[in-house]
Design a protein. Structure first.
Length: 100
């Protein structure tokens, strides 16, 4: 009996959660956008304008709890940020960013 997915090419098995860099864990973009509910304890809701700026790769001036989290728009995770000193530092993959 043939497998139902026979002939389907697999790009990557599993889900990249992130990387350990030194003594910290840096979450991957795939982790934030993998499902309907974000697995992050920290999220930051963005306005329409902020979401567009985030998708262009810009740093946003916005208060959020310090550390990594998921940037969201209307309940949907867009990607990863790192909050520090009133700024959301953008971790959206460069190859996916919108043109300015």
């Amino acid at each position: 009996m043939p497998l139902p997915l026979e002939g389907v090419k697999l790009v990557r098995a599993g889900l990249l959660l992130g990387e350990v860099k030194g003594s910290r864990f840096e979450p991957a973009h795939a982790l934030a956008t993998a499902g309907r509910e974000t697995p992050f304890l920290r999220t930051c809701a963005l306005s329409s304008d902020e979401a567009m700026r985030y998708l262009r790769g810009e740093t946003l001036m916005k208060d959020a709890e310090k550390g990594y989290g998921a940037a969201t728009y209307e309940g949907h995770a867009l990607g990863i940020y790192k909050a520090s000193d009133g700024m959301l530092k953008n971790h959206y993959p460069k190859g996916l960013r919108l043109l300015k």
